[in-house]
Design a protein around this ligand. Structure first.
Ligand code: CTP
Length: 414
Protein backbone atom coordinates (compact mmCIF):
# COMPACT_ATOMS: atom_id res chain seq x y z
CA UNK A 1 0.00 0.00 0.00
CA UNK A 2 1.52 3.30 -1.02
CA UNK A 3 -0.02 6.59 -0.07
CA UNK A 4 0.81 10.17 -0.86
CA UNK A 5 -0.73 12.24 1.86
CA UNK A 6 -0.74 15.22 4.10
CA UNK A 7 -3.06 14.75 7.03
CA UNK A 8 -4.65 17.69 8.84
CA UNK A 9 -2.42 17.56 11.87
CA UNK A 10 0.69 17.83 9.76
CA UNK A 11 -0.76 20.48 7.47
CA UNK A 12 -1.56 22.63 10.50
CA UNK A 13 2.06 22.49 11.54
CA UNK A 14 3.40 23.34 8.09
CA UNK A 15 3.49 26.99 8.94
CA UNK A 16 6.35 29.28 8.42
CA UNK A 17 6.13 30.72 11.93
CA UNK A 18 5.71 28.43 14.87
CA UNK A 19 3.42 30.75 16.84
CA UNK A 20 1.36 31.98 13.88
CA UNK A 21 -2.30 32.41 14.82
CA UNK A 22 -1.62 31.99 18.53
CA UNK A 23 -2.59 34.63 21.06
CA UNK A 24 -0.08 34.88 23.86
CA UNK A 25 -0.61 37.07 26.90
CA UNK A 26 2.63 38.02 28.64
CA UNK A 27 2.45 39.25 32.22
CA UNK A 28 5.51 41.23 33.26
CA UNK A 29 6.15 41.75 36.96
CA UNK A 30 8.54 44.00 38.84
CA UNK A 31 11.85 42.18 38.81
CA UNK A 32 15.07 43.55 37.31
CA UNK A 33 14.71 40.90 34.59
CA UNK A 34 11.65 42.81 33.29
CA UNK A 35 13.93 44.29 30.62
CA UNK A 36 14.71 40.77 29.39
CA UNK A 37 11.01 40.19 28.77
CA UNK A 38 11.29 42.81 26.01
CA UNK A 39 13.42 40.40 23.96
CA UNK A 40 11.00 37.58 24.71
CA UNK A 41 8.00 39.60 23.51
CA UNK A 42 9.89 40.63 20.40
CA UNK A 43 10.83 37.02 19.59
CA UNK A 44 7.29 35.75 20.15
CA UNK A 45 5.95 38.36 17.75
CA UNK A 46 8.67 37.69 15.18
CA UNK A 47 7.61 34.04 15.26
CA UNK A 48 4.05 34.95 14.40
CA UNK A 49 2.33 35.26 17.79
CA UNK A 50 -0.26 37.91 18.57
CA UNK A 51 1.19 39.18 21.84
CA UNK A 52 -0.62 41.17 24.53
CA UNK A 53 1.28 42.49 27.52
CA UNK A 54 0.06 43.17 31.01
CA UNK A 55 2.49 44.91 33.35
CA UNK A 56 2.25 45.28 37.08
CA UNK A 57 2.67 48.82 38.35
CA UNK A 58 6.12 47.87 39.71
CA UNK A 59 7.20 46.47 36.35
CA UNK A 60 6.09 49.70 34.69
CA UNK A 61 8.50 51.58 36.98
CA UNK A 62 11.40 49.47 35.73
CA UNK A 63 10.62 49.43 31.99
CA UNK A 64 8.29 51.79 30.21
CA UNK A 65 5.03 50.24 28.95
CA UNK A 66 5.81 52.05 25.69
CA UNK A 67 8.61 49.53 25.07
CA UNK A 68 6.24 46.58 25.38
CA UNK A 69 3.55 48.44 23.43
CA UNK A 70 5.92 48.94 20.52
CA UNK A 71 7.28 45.41 20.63
CA UNK A 72 3.88 43.72 20.90
CA UNK A 73 1.99 46.09 18.61
CA UNK A 74 -0.81 46.44 21.18
CA UNK A 75 -1.58 48.82 24.01
CA UNK A 76 -0.13 47.60 27.28
CA UNK A 77 -2.43 47.18 30.23
CA UNK A 78 -1.08 48.29 33.58
CA UNK A 79 -3.87 49.61 35.71
CA UNK A 80 -7.08 47.64 36.01
CA UNK A 81 -9.27 50.74 36.03
CA UNK A 82 -7.69 52.77 33.25
CA UNK A 83 -7.43 52.54 29.50
CA UNK A 84 -10.45 50.31 28.93
CA UNK A 85 -11.29 51.12 25.35
CA UNK A 86 -12.09 48.19 23.13
CA UNK A 87 -12.28 45.41 25.71
CA UNK A 88 -15.58 44.91 27.48
CA UNK A 89 -14.16 43.71 30.70
CA UNK A 90 -10.54 43.66 29.82
CA UNK A 91 -9.21 41.00 32.13
CA UNK A 92 -11.89 38.59 31.04
CA UNK A 93 -11.36 39.41 27.37
CA UNK A 94 -7.59 38.86 27.54
CA UNK A 95 -8.04 35.76 29.70
CA UNK A 96 -10.36 34.30 27.05
CA UNK A 97 -8.23 35.39 24.13
CA UNK A 98 -5.09 33.69 25.43
CA UNK A 99 -3.94 30.41 23.93
CA UNK A 100 -1.01 30.65 26.31
CA UNK A 101 -0.41 32.79 29.36
CA UNK A 102 3.15 33.64 30.29
CA UNK A 103 4.32 35.36 33.46
CA UNK A 104 7.87 36.46 32.78
CA UNK A 105 9.61 37.45 34.89
CA UNK A 106 7.58 36.18 37.80
CA UNK A 107 8.52 37.69 41.17
CA UNK A 108 8.04 35.95 44.51
CA UNK A 109 5.13 38.36 44.96
CA UNK A 110 3.08 37.28 41.92
CA UNK A 111 3.88 33.61 42.56
CA UNK A 112 2.61 34.02 46.12
CA UNK A 113 -0.47 35.93 45.05
CA UNK A 114 -1.51 33.45 42.38
CA UNK A 115 -0.80 30.48 44.65
CA UNK A 116 -3.05 32.00 47.30
CA UNK A 117 -5.80 33.06 44.92
CA UNK A 118 -5.27 36.78 45.41
CA UNK A 119 -6.53 38.81 42.46
CA UNK A 120 -5.99 42.49 43.13
CA UNK A 121 -4.59 43.93 39.91
CA UNK A 122 -4.90 43.41 36.19
CA UNK A 123 -2.31 40.64 35.92
CA UNK A 124 -3.45 38.55 38.89
CA UNK A 125 -7.14 38.88 37.94
CA UNK A 126 -6.49 37.96 34.32
CA UNK A 127 -4.38 34.91 35.15
CA UNK A 128 -7.08 33.83 37.57
CA UNK A 129 -9.69 34.07 34.82
CA UNK A 130 -7.84 32.23 32.09
CA UNK A 131 -8.31 28.64 31.05
CA UNK A 132 -5.18 28.74 28.87
CA UNK A 133 -2.03 26.91 29.93
CA UNK A 134 0.09 29.12 32.16
CA UNK A 135 3.88 29.26 31.99
CA UNK A 136 5.55 30.92 34.96
CA UNK A 137 9.16 32.07 34.64
CA UNK A 138 10.54 32.95 38.09
CA UNK A 139 13.51 35.29 38.35
CA UNK A 140 14.73 36.62 41.68
CA UNK A 141 17.52 36.63 44.24
CA UNK A 142 18.69 33.13 45.20
CA UNK A 143 17.69 33.41 48.85
CA UNK A 144 14.23 34.54 47.88
CA UNK A 145 13.92 31.72 45.37
CA UNK A 146 15.06 29.15 47.90
CA UNK A 147 12.82 30.49 50.63
CA UNK A 148 10.53 27.62 51.67
CA UNK A 149 7.46 29.84 51.30
CA UNK A 150 8.32 30.61 47.68
CA UNK A 151 9.12 26.95 47.05
CA UNK A 152 5.83 25.90 48.59
CA UNK A 153 3.97 28.42 46.42
CA UNK A 154 5.75 27.14 43.31
CA UNK A 155 4.76 23.62 44.30
CA UNK A 156 1.15 24.75 44.68
CA UNK A 157 1.20 26.25 41.18
CA UNK A 158 2.63 23.03 39.75
CA UNK A 159 0.02 20.95 41.54
CA UNK A 160 -2.81 22.90 39.95
CA UNK A 161 -1.29 22.42 36.51
CA UNK A 162 0.79 25.54 35.93
CA UNK A 163 4.19 25.02 34.34
CA UNK A 164 6.92 26.70 36.37
CA UNK A 165 10.35 26.93 34.77
CA UNK A 166 13.55 26.51 36.74
CA UNK A 167 15.59 29.71 36.85
CA UNK A 168 19.19 29.56 35.70
CA UNK A 169 22.25 29.77 37.89
CA UNK A 170 24.71 32.59 37.44
CA UNK A 171 25.35 36.24 38.14
CA UNK A 172 22.35 38.05 39.62
CA UNK A 173 21.42 41.71 39.57
CA UNK A 174 21.98 41.91 43.33
CA UNK A 175 25.67 41.27 42.56
CA UNK A 176 25.66 37.75 43.91
CA UNK A 177 25.79 34.48 42.10
CA UNK A 178 23.33 31.60 42.35
CA UNK A 179 20.04 30.24 41.14
CA UNK A 180 17.49 32.84 40.16
CA UNK A 181 18.47 34.18 36.73
CA UNK A 182 15.85 34.68 34.06
CA UNK A 183 16.29 31.77 31.58
CA UNK A 184 17.51 32.31 28.05
CA UNK A 185 14.84 33.48 25.60
CA UNK A 186 15.30 30.28 23.57
CA UNK A 187 14.52 28.15 26.61
CA UNK A 188 11.32 30.09 27.31
CA UNK A 189 10.28 29.88 23.64
CA UNK A 190 10.86 26.11 23.68
CA UNK A 191 8.76 25.73 26.84
CA UNK A 192 6.00 27.86 25.28
CA UNK A 193 6.11 25.81 22.10
CA UNK A 194 5.85 22.61 24.09
CA UNK A 195 2.82 23.88 26.00
CA UNK A 196 1.08 25.03 22.83
CA UNK A 197 1.88 22.17 20.49
CA UNK A 198 3.25 19.26 22.50
CA UNK A 199 0.92 16.29 22.83
CA UNK A 200 3.10 14.15 25.14
CA UNK A 201 3.34 11.61 22.31
CA UNK A 202 6.64 10.19 23.58
CA UNK A 203 6.21 10.71 27.32
CA UNK A 204 8.47 8.34 29.25
CA UNK A 205 10.33 7.18 26.13
CA UNK A 206 14.10 7.19 25.83
CA UNK A 207 15.28 8.30 22.42
CA UNK A 208 18.77 8.30 20.92
CA UNK A 209 19.42 10.22 17.71
CA UNK A 210 22.65 10.34 15.77
CA UNK A 211 23.31 13.47 13.73
CA UNK A 212 25.85 15.06 11.41
CA UNK A 213 28.61 13.63 9.30
CA UNK A 214 31.45 11.54 10.66
CA UNK A 215 35.05 12.62 10.11
CA UNK A 216 37.82 10.08 9.54
CA UNK A 217 41.27 11.51 10.11
CA UNK A 218 43.91 11.27 7.39
CA UNK A 219 46.51 13.16 9.40
CA UNK A 220 46.33 15.75 12.21
CA UNK A 221 44.99 18.43 9.84
CA UNK A 222 42.95 16.54 7.24
CA UNK A 223 39.96 14.26 7.28
CA UNK A 224 37.45 12.44 5.10
CA UNK A 225 34.04 13.94 5.69
CA UNK A 226 30.71 14.52 3.99
CA UNK A 227 28.22 17.32 3.39
CA UNK A 228 25.82 16.46 6.20
CA UNK A 229 25.02 19.49 8.38
CA UNK A 230 23.31 17.55 11.18
CA UNK A 231 20.16 19.66 10.88
CA UNK A 232 17.85 16.69 10.24
CA UNK A 233 18.99 14.81 13.35
CA UNK A 234 18.81 17.95 15.48
CA UNK A 235 15.28 18.65 14.20
CA UNK A 236 14.18 15.13 15.16
CA UNK A 237 15.76 15.48 18.61
CA UNK A 238 13.97 18.79 19.10
CA UNK A 239 10.62 17.36 17.98
CA UNK A 240 11.02 14.32 20.25
CA UNK A 241 11.87 16.54 23.24
CA UNK A 242 8.76 18.60 22.50
CA UNK A 243 6.77 15.39 22.81
CA UNK A 244 8.23 14.77 26.28
CA UNK A 245 10.82 12.15 25.34
CA UNK A 246 14.12 11.84 27.20
CA UNK A 247 16.41 12.57 24.25
CA UNK A 248 20.14 12.12 23.74
CA UNK A 249 21.84 13.36 20.61
CA UNK A 250 25.01 11.58 19.58
CA UNK A 251 26.37 14.33 17.43
CA UNK A 252 29.21 14.45 14.92
CA UNK A 253 28.89 18.23 14.72
CA UNK A 254 29.39 20.98 17.28
CA UNK A 255 28.11 23.66 14.92
CA UNK A 256 24.42 23.55 15.84
CA UNK A 257 22.70 24.78 19.00
CA UNK A 258 21.59 21.87 21.15
CA UNK A 259 17.78 21.89 21.41
CA UNK A 260 16.35 22.73 24.83
CA UNK A 261 16.01 19.75 27.12
CA UNK A 262 18.18 17.48 24.97
CA UNK A 263 21.41 15.86 26.23
CA UNK A 264 24.31 15.67 23.84
CA UNK A 265 27.37 13.48 23.43
CA UNK A 266 29.89 14.60 20.81
CA UNK A 267 31.78 12.13 18.64
CA UNK A 268 34.00 12.46 15.61
CA UNK A 269 34.36 9.24 13.65
CA UNK A 270 32.30 6.15 12.86
CA UNK A 271 33.91 4.00 15.54
CA UNK A 272 33.21 6.56 18.26
CA UNK A 273 29.66 6.93 17.00
CA UNK A 274 29.16 3.16 17.06
CA UNK A 275 30.52 2.94 20.60
CA UNK A 276 28.15 5.63 21.90
CA UNK A 277 25.08 4.33 20.04
CA UNK A 278 25.77 0.75 21.14
CA UNK A 279 26.25 1.82 24.77
CA UNK A 280 22.87 3.55 24.86
CA UNK A 281 20.86 1.21 22.66
CA UNK A 282 19.73 -1.41 25.15
CA UNK A 283 18.30 1.18 27.46
CA UNK A 284 16.50 3.12 24.72
CA UNK A 285 13.00 2.78 23.31
CA UNK A 286 13.66 4.50 20.00
CA UNK A 287 16.94 4.78 18.07
CA UNK A 288 17.22 7.01 15.03
CA UNK A 289 20.31 6.93 12.83
CA UNK A 290 20.19 10.25 11.02
CA UNK A 291 23.98 10.60 10.89
CA UNK A 292 25.79 10.34 7.59
CA UNK A 293 28.39 7.73 8.41
CA UNK A 294 31.55 7.42 6.37
CA UNK A 295 31.54 3.90 4.93
CA UNK A 296 35.35 3.91 4.90
CA UNK A 297 38.18 5.13 7.09
CA UNK A 298 41.90 5.42 6.48
CA UNK A 299 43.75 2.23 7.23
CA UNK A 300 46.42 4.16 9.08
CA UNK A 301 46.25 7.70 10.40
CA UNK A 302 49.46 9.67 9.83
CA UNK A 303 50.71 10.96 13.17
CA UNK A 304 52.26 14.01 11.51
CA UNK A 305 51.01 16.21 8.72
CA UNK A 306 51.62 14.56 5.35
CA UNK A 307 54.07 16.80 3.41
CA UNK A 308 53.74 17.09 -0.33
CA UNK A 309 57.52 17.14 -0.85
CA UNK A 310 57.56 13.46 0.08
CA UNK A 311 54.88 12.44 -2.42
CA UNK A 312 54.48 13.10 -6.14
CA UNK A 313 51.25 11.18 -5.95
CA UNK A 314 49.51 10.08 -2.83
CA UNK A 315 47.50 6.94 -2.25
CA UNK A 316 45.47 6.58 0.89
CA UNK A 317 44.34 3.09 1.68
CA UNK A 318 40.83 2.86 3.08
CA UNK A 319 39.11 0.14 5.02
CA UNK A 320 35.44 -0.46 5.66
CA UNK A 321 33.78 1.05 8.71
CA UNK A 322 31.22 -0.98 10.63
CA UNK A 323 27.61 -0.48 9.59
CA UNK A 324 26.29 0.90 12.88
CA UNK A 325 22.61 0.70 11.97
CA UNK A 326 22.96 -2.88 10.76
CA UNK A 327 24.57 -3.77 14.09
CA UNK A 328 21.70 -2.18 16.03
CA UNK A 329 19.19 -4.06 13.86
CA UNK A 330 20.91 -7.34 14.77
CA UNK A 331 20.64 -6.82 18.51
CA UNK A 332 17.24 -5.11 18.50
CA UNK A 333 14.72 -6.43 21.03
CA UNK A 334 12.00 -3.93 22.02
CA UNK A 335 13.55 -0.86 20.36
CA UNK A 336 11.89 1.00 17.48
CA UNK A 337 14.70 1.44 14.98
CA UNK A 338 14.75 4.16 12.33
CA UNK A 339 17.24 4.56 9.51
CA UNK A 340 17.78 7.00 6.69
CA UNK A 341 18.64 6.42 3.09
CA UNK A 342 20.15 9.18 1.01
CA UNK A 343 19.91 8.06 -2.59
CA UNK A 344 20.40 9.54 -6.03
CA UNK A 345 18.38 6.98 -7.98
CA UNK A 346 15.76 4.25 -7.43
CA UNK A 347 15.08 5.77 -4.02
CA UNK A 348 12.17 3.57 -2.99
CA UNK A 349 13.73 0.34 -4.21
CA UNK A 350 16.99 1.04 -2.41
CA UNK A 351 15.05 2.15 0.65
CA UNK A 352 12.98 -1.04 0.79
CA UNK A 353 16.08 -3.14 0.47
CA UNK A 354 17.85 -1.27 3.32
CA UNK A 355 14.79 -1.48 5.56
CA UNK A 356 14.74 -5.26 5.31
CA UNK A 357 18.51 -5.82 5.33
CA UNK A 358 19.06 -3.64 8.40
CA UNK A 359 15.96 -4.97 10.25
CA UNK A 360 14.37 -1.51 10.64
CA UNK A 361 10.90 -0.44 11.74
CA UNK A 362 10.98 2.72 9.66
CA UNK A 363 13.18 4.19 6.97
CA UNK A 364 13.22 7.79 5.81
CA UNK A 365 14.32 7.85 2.19
CA UNK A 366 15.18 10.91 0.20
CA UNK A 367 16.48 11.61 -3.25
CA UNK A 368 19.44 13.88 -2.59
CA UNK A 369 19.75 14.72 -6.27
CA UNK A 370 16.45 16.65 -6.11
CA UNK A 371 16.45 20.41 -5.56
CA UNK A 372 15.39 21.05 -1.95
CA UNK A 373 16.46 17.67 -0.61
CA UNK A 374 19.55 16.27 1.02
CA UNK A 375 22.66 17.74 2.54
CA UNK A 376 23.23 21.27 3.69
CA UNK A 377 19.83 22.63 2.65
CA UNK A 378 17.01 23.74 4.94
CA UNK A 379 14.42 21.44 3.36
CA UNK A 380 13.90 17.79 2.56
CA UNK A 381 11.64 15.70 0.35
CA UNK A 382 11.03 12.39 2.04
CA UNK A 383 9.25 9.11 1.71
CA UNK A 384 8.73 7.10 4.85
CA UNK A 385 8.81 3.32 4.48
CA UNK A 386 7.48 1.03 7.19
CA UNK A 387 8.23 -2.48 8.26
CA UNK A 388 4.74 -3.64 7.17
CA UNK A 389 5.62 -2.68 3.54
CA UNK A 390 3.45 0.45 3.56
CA UNK A 391 4.87 3.84 2.73
CA UNK A 392 3.96 7.49 2.71
CA UNK A 393 5.34 10.20 0.44
CA UNK A 394 5.63 13.76 1.64
CA UNK A 395 6.04 17.04 -0.23
CA UNK A 396 8.97 19.37 0.26
CA UNK A 397 9.10 20.69 3.81
CA UNK A 398 11.65 22.15 6.19
CA UNK A 399 13.78 19.76 8.20
CA UNK A 400 12.11 21.09 11.35
CA UNK A 401 8.72 20.10 9.92
CA UNK A 402 9.96 16.74 8.74
CA UNK A 403 11.40 16.14 12.22
CA UNK A 404 7.92 16.60 13.68
CA UNK A 405 6.37 14.34 11.03
CA UNK A 406 8.91 11.60 11.77
CA UNK A 407 8.20 11.82 15.50
CA UNK A 408 4.43 11.68 14.89
CA UNK A 409 4.82 8.67 12.66
CA UNK A 410 7.01 6.87 15.20
CA UNK A 411 4.48 7.60 17.96
CA UNK A 412 1.66 6.23 15.79
CA UNK A 413 3.50 2.95 15.31
CA UNK A 414 5.03 2.37 18.73
N1 CTP B 1 24.75 3.81 8.37
C1 CTP B 1 25.40 3.29 9.48
N2 CTP B 1 26.69 2.90 9.38
C2 CTP B 1 27.36 3.00 8.22
C3 CTP B 1 26.71 3.53 7.08
C4 CTP B 1 25.39 3.94 7.20
O1 CTP B 1 24.79 3.19 10.54
N3 CTP B 1 28.63 2.63 8.17
C5 CTP B 1 23.33 4.19 8.50
C6 CTP B 1 23.01 5.65 8.23
O2 CTP B 1 23.06 6.40 9.42
C7 CTP B 1 21.62 5.59 7.65
C8 CTP B 1 21.57 4.24 6.96
O3 CTP B 1 22.63 3.48 7.52
O4 CTP B 1 20.64 5.62 8.64
C9 CTP B 1 21.74 4.26 5.48
O5 CTP B 1 22.87 4.97 5.13
P1 CTP B 1 23.31 5.08 3.60
O6 CTP B 1 24.61 5.78 3.51
O7 CTP B 1 22.17 5.60 2.78
O8 CTP B 1 23.41 3.56 3.18
P2 CTP B 1 24.52 2.51 3.27
O9 CTP B 1 23.99 1.40 4.11
O10 CTP B 1 25.85 3.05 3.66
O11 CTP B 1 24.55 1.99 1.78
P3 CTP B 1 25.14 2.70 0.47
O12 CTP B 1 26.09 3.77 0.93
O13 CTP B 1 25.77 1.59 -0.24
O14 CTP B 1 23.92 3.25 -0.24
Amino acid sequence: MERSLMNGAIENRMQKFMFEGKHIVVGITGGIAAYKAAELVSQLRQRGADVHCIMTTHAAKLVSPITFGELSGHDVTVDMFANISHWDVEHIALARLADLFLIAPATANIIGKVACGIADDMLSTTVMATKAPVLVVPAMNTNMYENPIVQRNIQTLREVGYTVMEPEEGHLACNTSGKGRFPKTEAILAAAEKLLFGRHLLRGKKVIVSAGGTQENIDPVRYIGNRSSGRMGYAIARAAAMEDADVTLVSCTKELPVPEGVSVCYVQNARELKKEMDARFEDSDIAIMAAAVSDYRTKTEAKQKIKKEAHDALQIELELNPDILYGLGQKKTHQFLVGFAAETNDVIEHGKEKLVRKNLDMLVANDVSQKGAGFNVETNIASILYRDHTMEQFPIMTKEELGRVIVEKIAERL
